[in-house]
Design a protein around this ligand. Structure first.
Ligand code: DGT
Ligand code: CA
Ligand code: CA
Ligand code: ZN
Length: 576
C-alpha cells in the first residue's frame, strides 16, 4: 500500500515551477531559470525525490544548489513551501497563468488580475469577449483582440515534448492512479506507450467500478493547472508544465479493445480495422464484433483482438503501419531487443571533459544498473567548448582507468575510450598512436553541419575507414524539436557500416535519439550493427538507455543487432 502523504516528484516540480513563474513576474533575474532547471530535472528524475533527499544526494540533481535543496527538503517535510506562499501574497492570484499567454507580460497580467479580478484563462476569455479589457489603461481594442487570439491559440496548440521528459511524468500519474482502491486496471496508451520520440499528449486508460472517484483524483492531481474536459468516461487536464493528459475510464469488458484503440497509431488502427471489415466484423474501442451475428468476438484483453484477427500480439513500439501487421500475420515479427538486454554503455562522459561525475561515480551508477562494462568517452581536444582532452590528459585518464580496474575485482570493467571529433576533412582529432590504445573510439560530427551532402558523406566515410574508429556517434546530428539532421547519404554510410563492421550509434540522449527509429531500421536492412548508448553527462543520465532501446525496438532491432548486448569478451572481438 502506497503512502499517499508522500510528496511526489511532480508536486515538488510544480511548486518550483510556480516559484519560477512568480519570480519572473516580479522581475527577478536569473533565479527563475535556476528554479525551472531544477524543476525540470526533478520532473524527469527516475528516482523518487524523497529517496534522493534521504540519501543526501539532492545536490547531485542538475540545477539544485544549496538554496533550492533546502526548499525541496521543506516541501518534502511539510508538503508546501513558505517561500511560495509569501510570493503568492505579494502578487494577485492567477497572474502566473496569464503571463504564459502570448502578448501578456507581468504588468498586463497584474493589471488584469487587480482591476478585473481575472484569475484564469477562462476569466480572461470571458472578459475579452465581453469587451471589458479595452478600457483598462494601457490596453485598448487591439490588445483585447490580440488577447482573445492568444487564448484561442493556447487552446489548440499542442506543442510536442520529448519522450524523455514526459515518460517519468506519465509513469508517476500511472502509479498514483494504480494505487487507488477504486482503480482495477490502468495502462499508458497513445504515443507514450508506443515510445515515440516526441509526445503530443499523454493518454491513460483505466477501469474502475467507481469512475467518478478516479476522475476526481485525476482532476485534482498535484501539478494539474487546468481541467479541459471533465466527464465520467474522459477527463483531460493540462499540467502546469503545459503537458496535456487524457484519462479514459472504460468497462473491464472493453479494456483490451480500448487499449488497442487508444494505443494507436491511428495508421495502425486503420489497417487493423480493414482486417476486421474483410471478415464482416467491426473493430472499435468497445471491441471486435461479428456483424452477422452481433456477437462480441474479442474486447476484454488486447492480445485477444490480435488473435481473433489471425495476428500474433504486436509490441506497441511497432504499431505504426510499417509492415508489422503483415509480419504478425505471417509469424515474422522481429524478436525485439528487450529493455533488460543491455550489458553496458559505450558512450559516457565524466568530469574529465563536460561530465558532472567522476569515473568512479559513473562506474558505481553503472554497476547499480547491473551493467558489466562502460566505456569512458570524453571529448578530445578540438572540441574546446566541451573541455576536450589533450593526448597527454587522455593518456592520464587511461592510466587512471587501468588503476581503477586493477583495484576492483567485481567483474565490472571500465573501458578506455574517446568521443573524438570528425574534422571537416574526415580526419580524427587524436593521433593514431593514442587511438590504437583505446578500447572504444566513438567518432562524431560536432561542427561544419552546413557541408554539402557529398562533402559530409565523404567526411564520415573517411572517418569510418580509419581502422581505429569503432563506432559512429549520433550519425545525423539532429536535435529533436530544434535542429534538423545534416545532409548525408545515409544509404552509403550504412553500406559502409556493414562492410567495415563499424556500428552505428543510437544515441539515447532524450533530444537526440539519433539514429532515429526509421533510420535504424534501414541501417539494419543494410546489414549494419549498432551501439545503443546514453551519452550520459552525469550518472542519472545512464537511465536514458531506455529511450535508446525504445528507439531500437521501434526500428525493429533484435538483441543480436546491438553490440552492447554482448558479454565483454565478445564485444571486444566484435569491435576488433
Ligand atoms: P500524440 O499524442 O500526438 O503524440 O500521438 P497519439 O498517437 O497518442 O495520438 P492521440 O493522443 O491523438 O490519440 C491516441 C490514440 O487514439 C491514437 O494513437 C489512435 C487513437 N485515435 C485517435 N484518433 C483516432 C482516429 O481518428 N482514428 C483512429 N483509428 N484512431 C484514433
Ligand atoms: Ca497522445
Ligand atoms: Ca490524446
Ligand atoms: Zn557525447
Amino acid at each position: 500500500m502506497e503512502n499517499h502523504s508522500r510528496v511526489t516528484n511532480i508536486e515538488v516540480a510544480a511548486i518550483l515551477y510556480e516559484v519560477a513563474d512568480l519570480l519572473e513576474i516580479k522581475g527577478v533575474r536569473f533565479k527563475p531559470q535556476a528554479y525551472r532547471r531544477a524543476a525540470l530535472a526533478i520532473e524527469t528524475l527516475p528516482e523518487n525525490i524523497a529517496d534522493v533527499a534521504r540519501e543526501g544526494d539532492l545536490d547531485g540533481i542538475p540545477g539544485v544548489g544549496k538554496g533550492i535543496a533546502e526548499k525541496i527538503r521543506e516541501i518534502l517535510e511539510t508538503g508546501s513551501l513558505g517561500y511560495l506562499s509569501s510570493l503568492r501574497e505579494e502578487l494577485p492570484g492567477g497572474v502566473q497563468y496569464l503571463t504564459r499567454l502570448e502578448g501578456i507580460g507581468p504588468k498586463k497580467a497584474i493589471a488584469l488580475s487587480r482591476e478585473l479580478g481575472i484569475r484564469t484563462v477562462d476569466d480572461l476569455e470571458a472578459a475579452a469577449t465581453a469587451g471589458r479589457i479595452r478600457d483598462l489603461p494601457g490596453f485598448g481594442e487591439k490588445t483585447e483582440a490580440n488577447i482573445l487570439a492568444s487564448v484561442r491559440v493556447s487552446r489548440t496548440a499542442k506543442e510536442r515534448r520529448l519522450l524523455g521528459q514526459i515518460l517519468p511524468v506519465a509513469r508517476e500519474i500511472e502509479r498514483r492512479l494504480s494505487s487507488l482502491a477504486s482503480v482495477r486496471q490502468v495502462s499508458l496508451a497513445g504515443s507514450i506507450r508506443r515510445k515515440k520520440e516526441t509526445i503530443g499528449d499523454v493518454d491513460i486508460l483505466a477501469t474502475s467500478p467507481r469512475p467518478e472517484e478516479v476522475m476526481e483524483v485525476f482532476a485534482t492531481l498535484p501539478g494539474v493547472e487546468r481541467v479541459l474536459v471533465r466527464g465520467m468516461t474522459k477527463t483531460s487536464v493540462v499540467l502546469s508544465t503545459g503537458i496535456q493528459v487524457d484519462l479514459r475510464v472504460v468497462e473491464d469488458e472493453h479494456f483490451g479493445a480500448a487499449l488497442q484503440y487508444f494505443t494507436g497509431s491511428k495508421e495502425h488502427n486503420i489497417a487493423m480495422r480493414k482486417l476486421a471489415i474483410a471478415r464482416n466484423w467491426r473493430l472499435n474501442e468497445y471491441g471486435l464484433v461479428d456483424l452477422a451475428t452481433g456477437r462480441a468476438v474479442a474486447g476484454e484483453d488486447e492480445a485477444g483482438i490480435y488473435r481473433a484477427l489471425g495476428l500474433s500480439w504486436i509490441e506497441p513500439e511497432l504499431r505504426e503501419d510499417r509492415g508489422e501487421i503483415e509480419a504478425a500475420r505471417t509469424g515474422t515479427l522481429p524478436d525485439l531487443v528487450g529493455y533488460d538486454a543491455i550489458r553496458g554503455d559505450l558512450h559516457v562522459h565524466t568530469t574529465w571533459s563536460e561530465g558532472a561525475h567522476s569515473i568512479e561515480e559513473m562506474a558505481e551508477a553503472a554497476k547499480a544498473l547491473g551493467y558489466e562494462y562502460i566505456a569512458i568517452c570524453d571529448h578530445a581536444e578540438s572540441l574546446r567548448i566541451a573541455h576536450g582532452l589533450s593526448p597527454e590528459r587522455l593518456a592520464g585518464q587511461m592510466r587512471e582507468i587501468e588503476r581503477i580496474n586493477r583495484e576492483s575485482d567485481d567483474g565490472f570493467t571500465l573501458l578506455t575510450g574517446t568521443e573524438c571529433n570528425i574534422g571537416m576533412d574526415g580526419t580524427i582529432d587524436l593521433p593514431d598512436s593514442i587511438l590504437a590504445d583505446l578500447d572504444v573510439v566513438v567518432a562524431s560530427v560536432h561542427s561544419g553541419f552546413k557541408q554539402s551532402e557529398e562533402e559530409m558523406t565523404e567526411r564520415v566515410l573517411k572517418a569510418m575507414h580509419n581502422d581505429h574508429v569503432k563506432i559512429i556517434g549520433h550519425p545525423t546530428g539532429r536535435i529533436l524539436l530544434s535542429r534538423k539532421p545534416y545532409r548525408i547519404d545515409l544509404a552509403a554510410v550504412f553500406d559502409a557500416a556493414a562492410a567495415l563492421g563499424v556500428p552505428m550509434e543510437i544515441n539515447a540522449f532524450p533530444g537526440r535519439l539519433d539514429l532515429s527509429d526509421v533510420n535504424a531500421r534501414s541501417a539494419r536492412g543494410a546489414g549494419a550493427r549498432f551501439s545503443v548508448a546514453s551519452d550520459a553527462h552525469r550518472r542519472e543520465n545512464l537511465r536514458y538507455m531506455e529511450l535508446g532501446v525504445a528507439t531500437a525496438r521501434r526500428g525493429w532491432l533484435s538483441t543480436d543487432d546491438i553490440a552492447n548486448t554482448r558479454p565483454l569478451p565478445e564485444l571486444r572481438r566484435l569491435l576488433g
